[in-house]
Ligand binder design. Structure first.
Ligand code: NAD
Length: 368
């Protein structure tokens, strides 16, 4: 197999320090599982502005275009962002631009709470069962965030009318449904499709299309759930869920609600997938959190979200499932052995040891 080509964009704040650990783990997995990766680093965010005058420098975009996947850190610095126009700021000029440029339509947010981190979860232990393990799949390019018309009209006398349009077409629902069913096949083979079919025309179409696509995946158990009930069930009995399939806005909300169950942003990776060709799916992999300037450069950040982004990349872009499993198991083992960065540390937990970013990276690498 030719080497996999990865663009590594560490970005700002904690980005470079957590990325260093992720690459360390990637190299260990490469050796152990016998695949080959070529990584090329490039600046993005404020690092891009400082190096080349733009949050997404042309050379960085060109590198992404010749790569098979992008491994991304985080961008943005709250004390510098307001000093430049909104459209030039890192999140808009780099992140949103990349999403658009590469047609990233499927956002995958796994939320896993290992039993050893029960104390970090806001739910009582009996609601956590044997540990929470959910994958939220969110449609990322359609729905009410992008539908037209989208406008605010002046009605006079100080009154306005704001309009957003919720619109989905059959092919848009079909492609995100396929991503979700395929992801469920790699997991516990259960898919819960979220909609509001009792009120919204879109919900009716969503349910019809997902049911039809489901017939192509008879090994995956499909259920439908209204979004209001889904929000409640996530808090009451999160262990019932395997894959949750959501349209854009419902996914935006439910993925954050599910994320709260993992106890820390530092534990949460995410994948945004684009087109598939020749067995490889172009993907953008990043931690769910931001640049965390409050802890940047102090060896305090939790590198697990960035490390798990690597395992998502190996699984969803390249089908290297054994290597992805190996990384996830190494993370679970490092946590099981009591290693904790500050965000997941509790003084009440016996046997837990507070360590830094680098030491957590080392502990995980040692378990590959
Ligand atoms: P943030 O996610 O950076 O931080 C929120 C809190 O979570 C902070 O207390 C931080 O210390 C903590 N945290 C985040 N990641 C952590 C980790 N790996 N380990 C331990 N603790 C962690 O959100 P914010 O403070 O609202 O934003 C900071 C900057 O990041 C802003 O400029 C924002 O625009 C940007 N941002 C970027 C992205 C992205 O690149 N995708 C996402 C969100 C925010």
């Amino acid at each position: 197999m030719n080497p996999i080509k990865i663009a590594v964009l560490a970005g700002d704040g904690i980005g470079p320090e957590v990325m260093r650990e992720a690459i360390k783990v990637l190299r260990a997995a490469e050796k152990k599982f016998g695949f080959s990766v070529e990584t090329t680093e490039a600046p993005v965010g404020w690092a891009g502005i400082d190096a080349a005058g733009k949050a997404l420098p042309d050379a960085t975009l060109a590198l992404c275009k010749k790569s098979d996947a992008i491994l991304f850190g985080s961008v943005g610095l709250p004390d510098r962002d307001p000093t430049i126009p909104k459209e030039e700021r890192p999140e808009r000029a780099a992140l949103l631009r990349i999403r658009k440029e590469f047609g990233l339509y499927a956002n995958l947010r796994p939320v896993r709470l290992p039993p050893a981190l029960a104390h970090a979860c806001p739910l009582t232990p009996e609601r956590q069962g044997d540990g929470i393990d959910i994958l939220v799949v969110r449609e990322l390019t359609g729905g009410i965030y992008f539908g037209q018309p989208k406008k605010t009209e002046d009605l006079g006398a100080g009154n306005f009318r704001a309009t957003d349009t919720l619109v989905y077409t059959t092919p848009e629902i079909e492609r995100i449904a396929h991503v979700s069913f395929k992801a469920a096949r790699l997991r516990r083979k259960k898919l819960t499709s979220i909609d509001k079919a009792n009120v919204l025309e879109n919900g009716v179409l969503w349910r019809e299309v997902v049911t039809r696509i489901g017939k192509e995946y008879p090994d995956v158990a499909l259920e439908h759930m209204f979004v209001d009930n889904g929000a409640m069930q996530l808090m009451l009995r999160p262990t019932q869920f395997d894959v949750l399939l959501c349209e854009n806005m419902f996914g935006d909300i439910l993925s954050d609600e599910a994320a709260a169950l993992a106890g820390s942003l530092g534990m949460l990776p995410s994948a945004s997938l684009g087109a598939t060709s020749h067995g490889t799916t172009f993907g953008f992999y990043e931690p769910a959190g931001g640049s965390a300037p409050d802890i940047a450069g102090k060896n305090l950040a939790n590198p697990i979200a960035q490390i798990l982004s690597v395992s998502l990349m190996l699984r969803y872009s390249f089908g290297l499932n054994a290597a992805a499993d190996g990384i996830e198991t190494a993370v679970t083992k490092a946590i099981g052995a009591g290693n904790r960065t500050g965000d997941i540390f509790s003084a009440k937990e016996s046997g837990a040891r507070k360590i830094g970013t680098r030491e957590m990276g080392d502990a995980i690498t040692a378990n590959i």
